[in-house]
Design a protein around this ligand. Sequence first.
Ligand SMILES: Nc1nc2c(ncn2[C@H]2C[C@H](O)[C@@H](COP(=O)(O)O)O2)c(=O)[nH]1
Ligand SMILES: [Mn+2]
Length: 197
Amino acid sequence: MDSLNPTEVLKFLEFVNDLKHLPRRGWIFSKIKDHETISGHMYAMALMTFLLGNDSKLDRIKCLQLSLVHDLSEAVVTDLTPHDNVPEDVKHQLEDEAMKKITSHIGSAGSQIYDLYKEYESKATPEAKFVKDLDRFDLLFTAANYEKRDNHPQKCQEYFDALNGKFEHPFIKKLVDTLEEQRKGDASCNGPTKETA
Ligand SMILES: Nc1nc2c(ncn2[C@H]2C[C@H](O)[C@@H](COP(=O)(O)O)O2)c(=O)[nH]1
Ligand SMILES: [Mn+2]
């Protein structure tokens, strides 16, 4: 491990700290209050990788690492959503430049993080594909919980429509199916309350 310059390390940690406060902007478009931050999203995904114990085909530590770094670029470019209509190639370019900037402060550790980010973006490995499934599942799980919390069934239907059929890993597919059954049950029990309608 090359020797790290403490001043440079603190510059890197500024970006990490920002993610604890930067919003997951999709919820702003959906008019969800008190929504999660970007780091909260990645933390939840990282914990989900512990559920992989019985899947010997996937390197669980790699999945944990990919989860923790996959949206790090958003400390610079913010969390871009489909509503922002940023062309995919432009988004990838902005995020790639951001990752080079963020990781430049911490030597070989930065190179390792940058390589993990590129692996995730390229969906080149089974682990990267699985973590993309986690990314999408976390979005649906969070959406369903906002609907329950705010007693506003169907408010986040657009996420379920957008991600329908987009999951690959059998375990994640089971989680999504179970989530959608629970969501249907919740919707049939509660209608929107007056203040949330
Ligand atoms: N309003 C919507 N927002 C969406 C949709 N699909 C994704 N998103 C949001 C969720 C995040 O805020 C952001 C992208 O998240 P990443 O984890 O991929 O960086 O976009 C949608 O259908 N509607
Ligand atoms: Mn993400």
